[in-house]
Design a protein around this ligand. Structure first.
Ligand code: NAD
Length: 355
């Protein structure tokens, strides 16, 4: 039996509800794949600030670095919005990513045939969509200096170094090699100097992957093309802010932000988390969709632990639950056979995954 140490960071809002369901599903596949998970919980976000005065206590970094992978819920909420910037939950998350060196955020967006009517786009536009946004995560405008504000002015700086672009570009090309061998690099090279360097370096790196077809697209056009004809994309390589926005847009191809997982990887430990936030508007009501977090647990098994059989079981269990017509409230207006609570959906998927 293989044993893995998983750091659990539940966070704020719906974070604890959705992580509990992912753990339920992990334990279900563990029993049938001869695996054992030992979990250690760590605090981050508003709940960490309330208890320790710091949204990212050092202990959380230590627990994470001492584990095989981190499963993360979500942080944030209006309760903490007026704190000084460095005390806010979001600052803790940015610092966490930097401390763990997770520079690449992988965000798959697939359309489940079972949910083809859940998207606001026409079925014929989205059927078969299967793309991966590879977003740079610890550079760009969210981290660049100088930044600041006074009463009449606010400023941030978009910076990328050659080294940062090289490593994220390698990630995108390597992923493309295992997919349809197409990378579309998204930038704003017609206006931004930082994007001109981005494009130059991506072209250099592409020479090491002659089998992969590289194209470039300006970010404004990419936002439009994602809605017009999303099937044209395989791997979308982007910087931090462009990827943040485009991957939320891509999530709507699938029908709900509650469906999409992500993996943040780098030199050290990987962090596996849904792409959505802490959804304070629905927290505590038992209506959050746990599927994005459950699929993040599956990505954790696949990318961090190399446990492909267990990951396949989870993916198949999610598909089966959707096929059988089970829907959480976010998807319930479309052809639901049965509307489930967060915990009912987790139990149904865990039950299928255990078989
Ligand atoms: P959000 O993603 O939390 O919510 C956007 C909308 O999607 C809301 O209507 C919400 O109810 C819905 N939604 C989100 N996840 C859902 C799920 N699993 N099931 C059903 N519906 C779901 O984004 P927001 O409202 O802009 O931000 C709320 C808080 O989350 C803010 O404090 C923000 O800073 C934080 N946030 C955190 C992360 C993170 O922890 N990685 C990411 C984004 C936002």
């Amino acid at each position: 039996m293989k044993t893995y140490k998983i750091a659990l960071i539940k966070g704020d809002g719906i974070g604890p509800e959705i992580i509990d369901e992912a753990v339920k599903v992990l334990d279900a596949v563990a029993s049938c794949c001869d695996l054992e998970f030992s979990y250690e919980e760590a605090l981050m976000g508003g709940c960490a600030y309330d208890i320790t005065g710091d949204p990212l206590p050092q202990e959380t970094i230590n627990i994470s670095l001492n584990s095989d992978a981190v499963l993360f819920g979500a942080i944030g909420g209006s309760k903490w919005d007026n704190l000084p910037r460095e005390k806010r939950p979001e600052s803790g998350l940015l610092r966490f990513r930097k401390e763990l060196g997770v520079y690449a955020n992988l965000r798959p967006a697939n359309v489940f045939d079972e949910l083809i009517n859940a998207s606001s786009l026409k079925p014929e536009v989205i059927k078969g969509v299967d793309l991966m946004v590879v977003r740079e995560l610890i550079g760009g405008i969210y981290f660049g200096e100088p930044k600041g504000r006074d009463e009449n002015k606010g400023w941030n700086t978009m910076v990328y170094t050659r080294e940062e672009i090289v490593r994220i570009a390698h990630q995108a090309f390597k992923i493309a090699m295992n997919r349809s061998k197409r990378v579309c690099s998204i930038d704003k090279a017609n206006v931004l100097d930082v994007s001109q360097l981005w494009r130059e370096v991506v072209i250099e790196v592409s020479k090491e992957y002659p089998e992969v077809e590289l194209t470039h697209m300006y970010v404004d056009n990419a936002a439009m093309q994602l809605i017009r004809d999303p099937r044209q994309f395989d791997v979308m390589l982007t910087g931090n802010i462009f990827g943040d926005i485009l991957s939320d847009e891509a999530s709507m191809l699938s029908g709900s932000i509650g469906l999409l997982p992500s993996a943040s990887v780098g030199a050290k430990i990987g962090v596996y988390e849904p792409i959505h936030g802490s959804a304070p508007d629905i927290a505590g009501q038992g209506v959050a969709n746990p599927i994005a977090t459950i699929l993040s647990a599956s990505m954790m098994l696949r990318y961090a632990l190399d446990e492909h059989k267990a990951a396949d079981k989870i993916d198949a269990a999610v598909k089966r639950a959707l096929k059988e017509g089970y829907r959480t409230k976010d998807l319930a207006q479309y052809d639901a056979k049965e509307v489930c609570s967060t915990s009912e959906m987790g139990s149904i998927i865990a039950n299928y995954a255990a078989k």
